[in-house]
Design a binder for this molecule. Structure first.
Ligand SMILES: *Cc1c(COP(=O)(O)O)cnc(C)c1O
Length: 393
């Protein structure tokens, strides 16, 4: 293979050399001093990343493990909860809650749209006794960014806890846990954090800690026990030592110029991709409330999106993700998470355009590079969250 492989998938994502070298360090023992200081260093930075004063627990599992830990620790069978379901990952919250024996009320949102805070408020009003509200920060199956801050404001006055799956959102767009009033925030290692898969992170608010069940009904995920060990700089069971060595370096890199600067870059990359896609005569699947780490692109009718994804990999070394469920073949998901920069994205966008043309598709203008980069520069110079003026939109 002559091409450099570019992983533009929504997890796992590319890993910087600095992190890969850190992963290769000699093993250290997880109950000795060197590890304790490594954990202390990471803890402070994880709290900055989560925007919380609460401990951020590192867990040895994928993101779904942390989701499971949250459900089992905070809710007992029979509890009534509200799940916001706008795609595959919203559906997953529902599945985990049902596995725990919870009574699940679902707020179904059309795929590609974000949840409305007013609808959440209405559901909480119509369904008395709801003990928890579950949502994604970014719904990875569509590329939607839910308005978590506004949803949190609606949940705040009620008895319900707000549990946020930030696996594809934390470190990509703002989600300050304490300031927004989130009761539980989880994320994973393999998306915005520029690490291999295998680790997840979870933090609880003060009131969520108070509601933690003494018996979560499973032996492995015991959050109060994890918290106690974390005070000593340890985890309850054997730690994923080398992942934590890598984590220290990835957090140093992410926070190097401050979190705001990092979000700003993510915002600008999103503008680059959206503008380029439009310049090609294609459309982003999500038109409003879009994520800052992932853009879904609608594939023109008559073209097989699965073939397009395969051709991008086979012919250009660019790895994209297809659509899930009924969006299979109809969208292509291009992630711009973590270590992806403008040049990776230009390569990815070129591969996408070329593959669509090769599969008989209409192509728009070929100057997506100029237009995309103009948007990127304007977004870098402008304000985060404010779309640069775009006569073509
Ligand atoms: C990737 C992802 C997860 C976790 O998936 P794992 O395979 O368990 O790591 C959960 N939620 C969202 C929104 C995701 O994007």
């Amino acid at each position: 293979m002559l091409n450099k492989a570019r992983l533009l998938t929504p997890g796992p994502t590319a890993i910087p050399d600095e992190v890969r070298l850190a992963l290769a360090q000699p093993m250290i023992h997880h109950r000795k001093a060197a590890f304790h200081s490594l954990m202390a260093d990471c803890q402070e930075k994880l709290q900055t990343l989560f925007g919380t004063k609460q401990p951020v627990l590192p867990l040895s599992c994928s993101g779904t493990g942390a989701m499971t830990a949250a459900v089992y620790s905070l809710f007992a069978p029979g509890d009534k909860v509200l799940v916001i379901d706008a795609g595959k990952f919203g559906e997953r919250w529902g599945n985990i809650c049902r596995a725990r024996g919870l009574e699940v009320v679902t707020l179904s949102v059309e795929w590609g749209l974000a949840a409305s805070p007013e609808d959440v408020e209405q559901m909480l009003h119509d369904e008395p006794g709801i003990k928890g509200v579950f949502v994604q920060l970014s719904e990875t199956s569509t590329g939607v960014l839910h308005p978590v801050e506004d949803i949190a404001a609606k949940v705040a006055g009620t008895d319900a806890l707000l549990i946020v799956d930030g696996v594809s959102g934390v470190s990509l767009s703002p989600c300050p846990m304490d300031a927004w009033g989130i009761d539980c925030l989880v994320t994973g290692s393999q998306k915005g954090l520029m690490l291999p898969p295998g680790m997840a992170f979870l933090a609880l608010s003060e009131r969520a800690w108070e509601r933690c069940l003494p018996d979560p009904g499973c032996f492995y995920f015991n959050l109060p026990a994890e918290r106690k060990k974390l005070e000593k700089g340890e985890t309850n069971f054997t730690s994923p030592v080398n992942l934590i060595q890598g984590l220290k370096v990835s957090l140093d890199m992410l926070l190097q110029d401050g979190l705001e600067a990092h979000f700003h870059k993510q915002w600008a990359l999103t503008q680059l991709v959206r503008r380029s896609v439009r310049a090609m005569g294609l459309n982003p699947f999500v038109t409003r409330n879009y994520a800052w780490g992932l853009t879904s692109v609608l594939i023109p009718d008559g073209i097989d999106g699965i073939k397009v994804v395969k051709d991008c990999a086979d012919n250009h070394g660019v790895f994209l993700a297809g659509g899930q469920d009924f969006l299979k073949g109809r969208i292509v998901r291009l992630a711009h998470m973590g270590w992806a920069d403008w040049s990776d994205l230009l390569a990815g966008l070129y591969a996408l355009q070329r593959s669509i043309i090769d599969n008989g598709g209409f192509s728009g203008s070929h100057d997506f590079l100029e237009q995309g980069m103009a948007s990127y520069r304007a977004a870098m110079e402008g304000e985060t969250g404010k779309e640069p003026l775009d006569p073509h939109d």
